[in-house]
Design a protein around this ligand. Structure first.
Ligand code: DCS
Length: 522
């Protein structure tokens, strides 16, 4: 079969940039876990962590059918009350809150449902089953759409009325004006990252400064668009601080190699480290960009995910304006509906706010964006709601605020519980969880473990992550896919599993870790 296939599309004839591109968030561990999941569906009870089923099968063989019916009933009741017991595959690997049980915000979904099915607005029952402010908002939103329909393409930049309301939200957040002309609505932050890379990268001689560790979308996008990744290391010993001296060092290094560094990427709050920048540090970064003539690419998708006492979110736009920097400094800020307390990853919504670009460059961005026609409309609506949620006094405000605070407080407790648990493990150190949805602990592996990993042709942290998932069902991602100081090993663990699962995760992780460390003790 293989020899009969055409050479028109062969692995050696496709775009080498595609071959070179890596994206660790959906990598080796992900594929391995998908296979485990299928195995569990085919053969329940076949894996060591599949507790309920293994217990059931054991009882079946020893005590017969009638007893099992009774036990199934007991287990069913027990699981209902205490879902720790049902412990199958637990995805601590990606930031996908609703896949792990997080509920969407009611007000957002009410508005979305009404916009998508406007005949509901004419039914009298709607006045009793939907909140009055969601009805008002749906009318407002629909009236700004071409043909008052969510099934129509919008303006390529996004529906003007929705961008206006996002601009109001940004201005309220920052205390500085924002313009809907600067806002481009996108299908999540991801396409917006690609747009800017497309715009800036002309050849391999163009470089982008990115943090290490970083969210691997950046390196993937730089590779796909043919540029050069210039990493700068965050200082783990100092709470993952972003040091200006390190930026300078890496910039100079790149310049001596003939690389034209075009932009600096800053992720705040950071994925994967969980660090939140101080205002002072942000000001230094702004000065650095101005002095070195760099575009600042500010990934601010976790702006609502800050839980450390005393830490707050300051957008770079606010920092720039508070320093008196105006339209002369190019800045791109990304936001997304996938994160925060909303977690609407599958709805694909977000925006980029582009300031400090000349009119002619902005026209080129508009052209590139318009090749995609427009961002999907549900994502556009949700983005406007995230940036302009119910206000005190609105009919939905109380329930909206209680859903929002419930999610955020629970995330903070989960982060603290996991941070403490990780720091209790032998040879593991985890910096304070300040924000985002992740922890990035360092794990000190023995020579014996490193040798065993090499023998399996794996990076040592990937070897650890694989052993963890196969014995506990807990999925974390190896640090090697995010960038780390050579010779150090980490893994990224999300804080997203539901709170009642955290004690079971902690005890399974501790038991696995102890046995792994004992097995590979030098
Ligand atoms: N920027 C950062 C820092 C992210 O963490 C993500 C997603 C994105 C941008 C893009 O997200 P959207 O396109 O959905 O807006 N984070 C991935 C991750 O690390 N796990 O899940 C998704």
């Amino acid at each position: 079969m293989g020899s009969e296939m055409t050479d028109a599309v062969a692995i050696h004839s496709i775009n080498p940039k595609v071959l070179k591109c890596e994206y660790a968030v959906r990598g080796e561990i992900d594929t391995y876990t998908e296979n485990l999941e299928q195995e569990l569906q085919k053969n329940p009870g076949s894996l060591p962590f599949d507790e309920v089923y293994s217990f059931t099968i054991y009882i079946f063989f020893y005590f017969g059918f009638f007893l099992i019916v009774y036990l199934h009933f007991q287990i069913f009741l027990f699981v209902g009350e205490n879902s720790n017991c049902l412990f199958q595959i637990i995805y601590c690997s990606i930031g996908n809150p609703q896949a792990l049980g997080q509920q969407p915000i009611t007000f957002f979904r009410e508005v979305l449902a009404l916009c998508d099915h406007p005949s509901l607005l004419e039914k009298s029952e709607t006045n009793t089953s939907f909140s009055s402010d969601s009805i008002v908002r749906a009318h407002q939103i629909l009236s700004s759409f071409p043909g008052k329909a969510t099934g129509a393409y919008s303006n390529s930049q996004g529906v003007k009325g929705l961008r206006d309301s996002i601009a109001v939200g940004i201005a309220a957040r920052d205390g500085f004006p924002a313009s809907s002309d600067d806002i481009f609505l996108t299908d999540g932050a991801t396409p917006a990252v690609h747009y800017i890379m497309q715009l800036l990268l002309r050849s391999e001689a163009d470089g982008i400064l990115c943090p290490a560790p970083q969210y691997p979308l950046y390196t993937a996008s730089i590779t796909l668009h043919g540029g050069t990744h210039v990493p700068y290391y965050l200082d783990e010993a100092n709470g993952w601080a972003l040091e200006i001296s390190e930026l300078k060092k890496q910039l100079e290094n790149a310049r001596t190699k003939g690389i034209i560094v075009r932009a600096l990427v800053v992720i705040n709050p950071n994925n994967p480290t969980g660090q939140v920048l101080t205002e002072e540090n942000q000001k230094q970064i702004a000065e650095f960009c101005k002095k070195e003539d760099l575009v600042l690419i500010a990934d601010e998708v976790y702006q609502d995910n800050i839980f450390a006492e005393g830490k707050i979110f300051n957008s770079f736009k606010k920092i720039f304006r508070s320093m008196g920097y105006g339209e002369d400094i190019p800045l791109v800020s990304y936001h997304s509906i996938s994160k925060g307390y909303y977690g609407e990853c599958g709805k694909r919504g977000g925006y980029m706010e582009v300031t400090g670009f000349s009119k002619s460059v902005r026209e080129q961005i508009h052209k590139v964006v318009s090749v995609n026609l427009c961002a999907n409309i549900s994502g556009q609506i949700l983005t406007s709601l995230v940036m302009n949620p119910p206000k005190p006094g609105d009919a939905s405000y109380e329930s909206y605020a209680s859903e929002r605070d419930g999610i955020l407080k629970s995330l903070a407790r989960r982060a603290k519980a996991l941070e403490d648990a990780l720091n209790n493990l032998e040879g593991v150190t985890c910096n304070k969880a300040e924000g985002s949805m992740f922890l990035f602990p360092q794990i000190h592996l023995s020579e014996k473990a490193i040798k065993a990993a090499k023998a399996s042709k794996m990076a040592p942290d990937a070897f650890y992550a694989l052993r963890l998932v196969e014995s506990t069902g807990i999925v974390v991602l190896p640090g090697s896919g995010f960038g780390q100081v050579p010779g150090t090993y980490h893994f990224r663990c999300s804080i997203l599993p539901q709170e009642n699962k955290i004690p079971a995760i902690v005890s399974r992780l501790a038991a696995f870790h102890e046995s792994f460390m004992n097995q590979y003790r030098d």
